[in-house]
Design a protein around this ligand. Structure first.
Ligand SMILES: *Cc1c(COP(=O)(O)O)cnc(C)c1O
Length: 381
């Protein structure tokens, strides 16, 4: 089986993890700050807070922005369920903004319309969470301008997009957002096995996310109420969680990140080859946003909805590990019980009915790619 995604682990990764395993610290040592510094260097963000998953990072991002009961979060229906779930976990209500049918990212027009209607109804969201689907940035200048206009905060779910850029600015720089989140699950661009990070240029948000990551507890006298009892002293000043990344995960991340640019360049090379090889077939290739350099976590083709199931099954039968990203969140049973229905986000639903993610990862060889393309040709014939 040629999988749709796969990690790349080198001897340097293994050596570094083993070295840390034999060191004094398995958690709360120097590797997590080193990994955070590497993320800041790669993105240009001033602060990075590493945690045990992107889901955790999205959760502490919402907590740091004060999302709670009576508040509203909007995200895209074409995302992994975690983007929406974290809003509910904070006690807020969650709604969705339909996608653009070409880039699969949150539609700026749909967002503008929905914000205008929400303002008129006195129900503006506190946070909007655009998702950089497949690794291609949303139109962040436009989304950031709308957020400013309506006084809404922005968290970028860039789980797919570390190493990507928009108009020459790295995703994660937070030029048009409060916080950006990356995932380091093994199918993503670089991995820490499980892991995530939140970047921000706001020192106070970084500090608050640091508190929520570790029980709401601090040893920093500046964050304490009253005086310290002594050098053993700590205080709990918030209600937090244990979302810490281990030293082993961070050690893997540090060496993985040294190859970030190389990985994303290779992913773009594979995507360009797909563009050329699939050009004459009866399918739609992914749309591009001007100025975007995608990290190409995924390459999604679209076929006629009445053919999708047969094409998918034929590819699986040919040992091609295709997948579908994503089932629209609002159509999941849990969300239907909250009142969402088919027909509410037509572009997302049309996208879902036609989408197939085909294999894309740095270790995919030209021969593998030819095998994938031949299988697609046969499946469509
Ligand atoms: C993978 C992913 C997540 C969750 O990431 P984890 O690190 O597995 O928690 C969230 N949002 C999107 C868009 C993702 O692809």
């Amino acid at each position: 089986m040629i999988p749709y995604g796969r990690q790349d682990i080198t001897q340097a990764d293994i050596d570094h993890v083993v070295e840390v395993l034999q060191s004094d610290f398995l958690t709360q040592g120097p590797q997590v700050p080193a990994f955070e510094a590497s993320i800041c260097a790669a993105t240009g963000a001033a602060h990075a807070v590493a945690v045990n998953s992107a889901t955790s990072a999205l959760h502490i991002a919402c907590l740091a922005l004060g999302l709670g009961k009576g508040d509203i979060l909007w995200t895209s229906p074409i995302t992994f369920v975690a983007s929406a779930n974290v809003g509910l976990l904070c006690g807020a209500d969650v709604d969705f903004v339909d996608i653009d049918g070409d880039t699969f990212n949150m539609s700026v027009e749909a967002l503008a319309d929905k914000l205008a209607a929400a303002e008129a109804a006195g129900k503006l969201p506190k946070i909007i969470m655009p998702v950089h689907m497949c690794g291609q940035s949303c139109d962040m200048a436009a989304i950031g301008a709308l957020a400013k206009q309506y006084g809404v905060r922005v968290i970028e779910d860039a789980s797919h997009a570390v190493g990507g850029a928009l108009n020459g600015v790295a995703v994660g720089a937070c030029s048009h957002s409060d916080i950006t989140v990356f995932s380091f699950h093994p199918v993503k661009i670089v991995t820490t096995a499980e892991g995530g990070v939140a970047t921000t240029n706001n020192a106070e948000l970084a500090q608050r996310m640091g508190l929520f990551r570790s029980h709401g507890v601090t040893r920093d006298p500046d964050l304490m109420e009253g005086d310290s009892d002594g050098s053993w002293y700590y205080q709990q000043v918030e209600l937090g969680l244990n979302y810490r990344m281990t030293e082993l995960q961070a050690a893997l991340g540090v060496t993985q990140l040294t190859r970030l640019a190389e990985y994303v360049a290779r992913r773009n090379e594979i995507a360009r080859r797909y563009d050329a090889m699939l050009g004459n077939l009866p399918l739609k290739r992914p749309g591009k946003l001007d100025g975007a350099y995608s990290a190409f976590h995924l390459y999604v083709i679209r076929v006629e909805p009445d053919q999708r199931r047969a094409v998918f099954d034929a590819l699986r039968a040919a040992d091609i590990g295709v997948n579908v990203h994503y089932i629209p969140v609002h159509l999941q049973p849990y969300w239907r019980k909250r009142g969402f229905k088919a027909g509410m986000f037509p572009n997302a639903e049309a996208y879902y009915s036609s989408a197939i993610s085909i294999p894309l990862y740095p270790g995919l060889t030209d021969a593998d790619q030819q095998q994938v393309v031949d299988a697609i040709k046969a499946a469509l014939a």
